[in-house]
Ligand binder design. Structure first.
Ligand code: IPM
Ligand code: MG
Length: 348
């Protein structure tokens, strides 16, 4: 029997409590394969105790795993960005996880804040480039602290970076019923985005069966609310992908349900709920673990265990449709671990 090694980084705030539920569901979903979990303490507490973010030795070990499940990072005791850059970006850039795959799927009508939209209207996937853009540029400050200060951070796009994420999006679209890829950019204002247009055109030639589509990022925000049914697969730069997937999370029902994967196909990849660490809810068992659980489902799919991944998604859908879970926000009245138990029960 094949056994996969899965790293678990609970992280900060509510991260550990949602990660525990995801692991609980993963254990139950094992069917014809095994999972071995390796727990890592990385996050704010560990950093404050040891000054370590991800030590090199652990990073080398992570490279030998099959996948990693990440809870959430972020802690008000530390300056903004320390954990994000030191842990999250270390993994994203260091493991070259060039795909940030974020499905936006409405599982049940009652979750949708848009009047009259049904599950068949909201079923799209954002392929967010995950290694470039302003995210990877060096920041430069000239005349810092003076009225003449200038702050510069370049948005950098390489042909290879654009090409590989666009190709991933086309491959994905080919497997979906509607077979459409929308390129989301701002080529009308940002001249450098021309590279996205050209890379898209070059890749699209290999996929005559896939419908081509273009939308500026501002219009994309409008259409995601007005006509979400028009979108199938979206491909976009790192920063635009960051922004439109928060909007997407709202359209599908909230941060408690939005999951994603940081992927390098065939290599160790990192799966996470897209929500933050929500420090004010830490330890209260009030938040939804469903985003982390859906991330675990994506993790299994990445391992090649799509059937087991689909079973997790179906179980989540069943729980959402039941009356037992009135909402997925912190006021649902159903504790985090009970929601996990409900998913486990629905998996039978
Ligand atoms: C996300 C987050 C991160 C990002 C933050 C925490 C740096 O917002 O994963 O979407 O901007 O990528
Ligand atoms: Mg974000």
């Amino acid at each position: 029997m094949k056994t996969y090694k899965v790293g678990v980084i609970g992280g900060d705030g509510i991260g550990p409590e949602v990660a525990v539920e995801a692991v609980k569901v993963l254990r139950k979903a094992q069917d014809g394969f095994g999972l071995e979990f390796v727990h890592y303490p990385f996050g704010a507490d560990h950093y404050l105790k040891t000054q370590e973010l991800v030590p090199d030795k652990a990073f080398e070990e992570i490279k030998t795993l099959d996948a990693v499940l990440l809870g959430a990072l972020g802690d008000p005791r530390l300056p903004v960005g320390v954990l994000e850059r030191g842990i999250l970006f270390r993994l994203r850039f260091g493991l070259d996880l060039y795909v940030n795959l974020r499905p936006i799927k409405l599982y049940t009508e009652k979750l949708c804040p848009i009047k009259g939209k049904r599950p068949q209207d909201i079923d799209m996937v954002v392929c967010r480039e995950n290694t470039e853009d302003a995210y990877s540029g060096e920041a430069r400050f000239e005349n810092k602290g003076t009225p003449q200060e200038v702050a510069i951070q370049e948005a950098r796009y390489t042909w290879k970076g654009c090409e590989r994420i666009i190709r991933y999006a086309f491959e994905l679209a080919r497997k979906r019923p509607r077979k459409k890829v929308t390129l989301v950019d701002k080529a009308n204002a940002i001249r450098a985005h021309d590279i996205w247009r050209r890379a898209y055109a070059a890749v699209a030639r290999d996929y005559p069966d896939v419908t081509q589509d273009f939308a500026y990022v501002d219009a994309t925000c409008m259409w995601m609310v007005k006509n979400p049914e028009g979108f199938d697969v979206l491909v976009t730069s790192n920063m635009f992908g960051d922004i439109i997937t928060d909007l997407g999370a709202m359209v599908q029902g909230g941060m408690g349900i939005a999951a994603g994967g940081n992927i390098n196909p065939g290599k160790v990849s990192v799966f996470e709920p897209i929500h933050g660490s929500a420090p004010k809810y830490k330890g209260l068992k009030k938040v939804s673990p469903l985003a982390a659980i859906l991330a675990a489902g994506l993790l299994l799919e990445h391992l090649g265990e799509k059937k087991a991944g689909d079973r997790i998604e179906d179980a989540v859908k069943k729980v959402l449709e039941s009356e037992a879970l009135p909402s997925i926000d912190a006021s649902s009245g159903v504790p985090t671990d009970k929601v996990g138990d409900m998913v486990v029960a629905a998996l039978q």
